[in-house]
Design a protein around this ligand. Structure first.
Ligand code: NAP
Length: 248
């Protein structure tokens, strides 16, 4: 028996990295999982297969979370396949880095659309039935960069900072309906996203991190699974850092 037996989770960007680990952690805790991906179909199928092996239901859904039509189709299909969604994890995210002076409008809008507008609109589509049911969990994956800022990431920092503000506002709006809204703010985690960061920069990150290392996707996923659990019932509007002490 898991603490999330009978629950349905929807995770965006579940095909790789942190999202993959979140899907597996939620399934491990007993949840069925609707898993969104954008381009990595094979990787998404692999995650779903691992969840099936745990005896849980898992289905994959292709959609670019910043595209309203694709979101509509995806959410309608998820509700058809699973019924009520109890747990929403907005994990999908991208970077398009450049110093602010060189950053053009498309780079700005693409990151804001995927990392902030996408999550907001996904919550908007799913929140009413969750509130009517009287229980729900919304967990947004933000970033230490939204807390500290970071050279070359004005678009990403603004989106993640906005996601934290959205988290706190929705926590206030949904609290009386039994729906908690929290955010997890990872530090630098070993995934494809950080694989592009020059090794000299990662050395600086390690030096700035009291634990002296990058985090693992599973360490973020464990925090998400806790926030999704009944044990986290009195936590809402919180931003939980998973960053090895880099920001406190
Ligand atoms: P990643 O390894 O690059 O994986 C990104 C995931 O998001 C993939 O599953 C990808 O799907 C999906 N995705 C990207 N754009 C999408 C879109 N438009 N629509 C739907 N799915 C999309 O990234 P990660 O490191 O796991 O990061 C996951 C989250 O954690 C992001 O929100 C990121 O900002 C945040 N974060 C990461 C770190 C870090 O150090 N890694 C630190 C702080 C916060 P496909 O595979 O199908 O393309």
């Amino acid at each position: 028996m898991g603490v999330l037996d009978g629950k349905v989770s929807f995770v965006t960007g579940g095909s790789r990295g942190i999202g993959r680990a979140i899907c597996l952690a939620l399934a491990e805790a007993g949840s069925d999982v609707a898993l969104n991906y954008s381009t990595s179909r094979e990787a998404a199928e692999e995650v779903a297969a691992l969840i099936h092996k745990m005896g849980r239901k898992a289905l994959i859904y292709q959609a670019n979370v910043s595209n309203p039509d694709e979101d509509d189709t995806m959410v309608a299909q998820i509700v058809k396949d699973f019924g009520l969604v109890h747990i929403v994890v907005n994990n999908a995210g991208i970077t398009r880095d450049k110093s602010f002076v060189k950053m053009d409008r498309p780079m700005w809008h693409e990151v804001l659309n995927v990392n902030l507008t996408g999550p907001a609109m996904i919550i908007h589509r799913l929140i009413k039935p969750m509130m009517e049911h009287g229980w729900g969990r919304i967990i947004n994956i933000t970033s230490i960069v939204g807390q500290m800022g970071n050279f070359g990431q004005a678009n990403y920092a603004a989106a993640k900072g906005g996601l934290m503000a959205l988290t706190k506002t929705l926590a206030r709006e949904f609290a009386k309906k039994g729906v908690t809204v929290n955010a997890v703010a990872p530090g630098f985690i070993d995934t494809d996203m950080t694989a592009d960061v020059p090794s000299a920069s990662l050395d600086i990150v390690r030096q700035m991190t009291p634990m002296g290392r990058l985090g693992k996707p599973e360490e973020v996923a464990a925090t998400v699974a806790f926030l999704a659990s009944p044990q986290a019932s009195f936590i809402t509007g919180e931003i939980i850092g998973v960053n090895g002490g880099m920001y406190m």
